[in-house]
Design a binder for this molecule. Structure first.
Ligand code: HEC
Length: 157
């Protein structure tokens, strides 16, 4: 009968829609899994930036934790050089060793260029200075001139 046929085809349709949705979900997950694979040279630097690096350095390269450096708007040559140094591995300070060596081990030159391009083109989010504002001038003096009697070099060198 017309009405029951209609009901059946409606049911069939919603079942196949569910199947399509499930397939899309599975494909989506597999895609996300692939796009997080640091060992796959086909994944672009921009994708890795969003899928992997963002966990620590923030989606826009503005880190939410002081443990992770901001990458936003650092220059492309600087970022590329640091990534190459972690990969070599030449940059061996403890945090670099602990976090970045493994992450950069399989990056290709092309991925490094893509990652550096991505983060260098992000906008840095200005943040208010923390602590006692009256100490800013002495901090500035140390940044620019160091502390001579203690052998502390100027930060900006
Ligand atoms: C699990 C956290 C974590 C993830 C994920 C991560 N990083 Fe890092 N990254 C760090 C830490 C910690 C440092 C600071 C290392 C140090 O002090 O040498 C760092 C340092 C860096 C630096 C040097 C910054 C500077 O100012 O010299 C670059 C560039 C960098 N990461 C890029 C990346 C890229 C690109 C990815 C993704 C492929 C990534 N990181 C993923 C934790 C992480």
């Amino acid at each position: 009968m017309h009405s029951s046929n209609g009901a059946i085809s409606m049911k069939f349709m919603s079942l196949s829609l569910a199947a399509v949705a499930a397939a899309a979900l599975v494909a989506g997950c597999a895609g996300a899994e692939r796009s997080r694979n640091l060992g796959d040279p086909r994944v672009s630097g921009a994708t890795l930036a969003q899928q992997v690096c963002s966990n620590c350095h923030g989606l826009s390269g503005n880190s939410v934790s002081p443990n992770f450096p901001n990458l936003a708007a650092q220059t492309q040559p600087y970022l590329a050089a640091q990534l190459a140094a972690f990969r070599n591995p030449g940059r061996s300070d403890p945090a670099g060793y602990q976090y970045m060596w493994g992450l950069s081990r399989h990056l290709t030159d092309e991925q490094i260029e893509g990652l550096a391009a991505h983060f260098s083109s992000q906008k840095p989010v200005p943040r208010p200075a923390e602590g006692d504002a009256s100490r800013l001038p002495s901090g500035k003096a140390i940044f620019e001139g160091g502390i001579e009697d203690k052998g502390v070099p100027a930060c900006n060198t």
